[in-house]
Design a protein around this ligand. Structure first.
Ligand code: SF4
Length: 343
């Protein structure tokens, strides 16, 4: 796919100065554009062989594959691998990583973000978005360690890594303030720079670009999988994101009712609310009484992985939280705009 001049990144770092070029593919719509822009720059600089792509998987919490009217639509982790492959990264240089914990027989098993929230006792907040570090950035950074250890010995200097992400200014004030290029870590083992090559792309430009993209975008962006109307959720990562809009969460509650109930269980046991201004417990009730956007598709969440998640979360809830819950203040903004029933 050829990129229009307007959409090229304003300033490209010297890609030849890095030992590892590490795009972080989320499986969302912005990641595909980021991979297109970044890989074009990597090829132009003659360093595409230094690319290793990473997907920090959120496991059962991210949007799963669904089958609708006989057509299967891939889930988020699968899309991340497709995004990487579509722009020339060989399969053995795409890494799916996830946070783990000790399993019953000494092996490691996935440790989901919801389990971490249950154990910690508080949901992430704007001022403390620990989920991003705990479930994504920290996991990818740990995955670099074996490569860094090997390369540092060979090179005799800190390993230079360029982390490339698909964050955009349009996504919110915190993203707008973030520099398109900055150094995020520097020590005797590694120097990590961060580059946001599509920071200035508008949401409309991203959607337009997807009309002839070589990879499908996630089904959750549509009202019904395959509709092509961008009338589903506006974001795609955790199915239930604490920073999502109320409409997105209502839609997600309808699409993943069993998962929403598990979040509500954490909320009720810990006494902290999903968001500072409303509880998911109230939103589920609101959806049942007043109605909610048509989910278009409902995920059964009836597999082994979901059962393991439920067991993990309930085990975490059975012990004292690491932090006392910060009882979120209820604001005058009710989650129910017109419902007469008390919330
Ligand atoms: S999608 Fe939302 S809840 Fe999930 S890790 Fe990202 S910011 Fe946190």
């Amino acid at each position: 796919m050829t990129l229009s001049i307007d959409c090229r990144p304003p300033s490209t770092p010297d890609l030849t100065s890095y030992d590892i070029l590490a795009p972080q593919v989320s499986g969302g719509k912005d990641s595909t554009v980021m991979m297109a822009v970044f890989m074009e720059a990597a090829r132009a600089a003659g360093v595409s062989d230094r690319v290793i792509s990473y997907h920090a998987s959120l496991g059962v919490l991210e949007w799963p594959p669904v089958t609708c009217k006989g057509v299967r639509y891939p889930g988020v982790s699968e899309l991340a691998a497709l995004q990487s492959a579509a722009f020339g990264v060989p399969a053995d240089r795409h890494r799916e990583v996830t946070r783990t914990m000790p399993g019953p027989d000494g092996t490691r098993m996935p440790h989901s973000l919801l389990t971490e929230i249950a154990a910690y006792g508080r949901f992430p907040r704007m001022g403390s978005p620990y989920c991003r570090k705990s479930a994504k950035e920290g996991v990818v950074s740990s995955a670099w360690t074996p490569v860094v250890n090997r390369l540092k010995r060979e090179l005799g200097r800190p390993v230079r890594i360029l982390k490339v992400m698909g964050l955009r200014s349009d996504e919110g004030p915190d993203r707008r303030k973030r520099a398109a290029f900055r150094t995020v870590q520097a020590n005797s083992a590694r120097v990590v720079d961060e580059w946001l090559p599509v920071k200035d792309w508008s949401t409309d430009a991203v959607k337009e670009w997807h009309t002839d993209a070589p990879v499908p975008y996630c089904w959750t962006y549509d009202s019904v999988p395959g509709a092509g109307d961008w009338a589903g959720t506006s974001r795609c990562s955790c199915s239930l994101c604490v920073f999502a809009s109320r409409r997105d969460v209502l839609l997600s509650v309808g699409r993943r009712p069993r998962l929403a109930n598990l979040y509500a269980e954490v909320e009720q046991v810990r006494g902290d609310s999903f968001r500072a201004d409303w509880r998911i417990t109230d939103l589920i009730r609101h959806a049942a009484i007043c109605g909610a956007p048509d989910p278009g598709v409902v995920c059964p969440d009836d597999g082994e992985e979901f059962t393991v998640l439920e067991e993990q979360v309930r085990a975490a809830l059975a012990v004292e939280p690491r932090k006392e819950p910060d009882m979120a203040r209820r604001t005058r903004r009710s989650p129910c705009g017109g419902c007469a029933a008390p919330l």
